[in-house]
Design a protein around this ligand. Structure first.
Ligand code: G
Ligand code: G
Ligand code: MN
Ligand code: NA
Length: 253
């Protein structure tokens, strides 16, 4: 309850921040995108992970407002990177199911893009597979209007959702993100080897790009390269950084 009321003021007090983690093209080594990850810098409790406060925001009806702040802030930062090594790279923003149930989502996103003079290719929208499992009519029509607006959809935590994969036919998603739980045991763990290589092949069979998250070691990266995975993200490259720090990181590379 304390978190719930604190969260109401967090945005106004400037306690929310975005960390940005680079996404690297495995074949060329080029940075090809950035994921925005929200965190809450609490005056007394320090840095709070979204894993802890996003569920509270969802349950207390605050996710639309916080999600809108995240989208606006990601656009502001994307525009601020114009003169840096990160110029023109898409920023991937995570969306909650509750945001996708709102009919004004696409309109709101387009408004933020326009305010910062950005094309629709400046944002990618990450959503978990479970969302498609509970696919309702409002979600369906929101996804369609996002697509029509030219926004790329990415399926996050792919392989963890027990979904009927038929949604991949109905929605032209652009990219699948292999969950870090299948990357962790690479290249030794037999199950992770089978699951991740199968997910890569499936993505390519469907003509989708595929990214692996949670990449921490050169051995994991080598496995992913051998199996043709397109992109990688994880501590091996960089942990999530403040916008200006990530621009310096990219400049040094
Ligand atoms: O950065 P960290 O590992 O603590 O993130 C934990 C989870 O929080 C991740 O699964 C991520 O998808 C989610 N998350 C991060 N930022 C956002 C956000 O802006 N909105 C939503 N809905 N989820 C987010
Ligand atoms: O949205 P998603 O669940 O994909 O968020 C990714 C989460 O994983 C973020 O909270 C991020 O901080 C975390 N993360 C990013 N890279 C790594 C990594 O290499 N290893 C681990 N264990 N976690 C990571
Ligand atoms: Mn994500
Ligand atoms: Na994920």
């Amino acid at each position: 309850l304390e978190m719930e009321s604190g969260l109401r003021d967090a945005e106004r007090r400037g306690e929310l921040e975005l960390g940005y983690q680079p996404q690297v093209d495995i074949a060329s080594g080029a940075v090809v995108g950035v994921e925005a990850l929200v965190r809450w810098r609490h005056p007394r409790h320090g840095l709070i992970s979204p894993a802890n406060f996003i569920p509270v925001a969802e349950e207390s009806g605050q996710i639309a407002r916080i999600g809108d702040w995240v989208l606006a802030e990601a656009c502001r930062q994307c525009a601020a990177w114009r003169e840096t090594a990160l110029a023109g790279l898409p920023v991937a923003v995570n969306l909650s199911a509750a945001q996708l149930g709102r009919s004004d989502l696409a309109e709101g996103i387009l408004r933020h893009l326009e305010a910062y003079g950005l094309p629709s290719s400046a944002l990618q929208l990450e959503m978990t597979e479970g969302l498609f499992f509970h696919e309702t009519e409002p979600v369906r029509s929101t996804l369609q209007s996002l697509q029509r607006s030219g926004l790329q959809l990415v399926v996050d935590d792919f392989g963890t959702g027990y979904s009927n994969l038929g949604y991949l036919k109905r929605f032209p998603v652009a990219k699948l993100k292999i969950d870090e739980s299948f990357v962790r045991g690479l290249p030794e763990d037999t199950e992770d080897v089978v699951i991740s290589s199968t997910l890569i092949r499936m993505a390519h069979g469907l003509r989708l790009r595929v990214i692996a998250e949670g990449v921490e070691t050169a051995e994991q990266l080598a496995f992913l390269r051998e199996h043709g995975c397109d992109e990688a993200q994880g501590f091996y490259f960089s942990r999530p950084l403040a916008g200006a720090d990530l621009a310096r990181w990219a400049q040094r590379r």
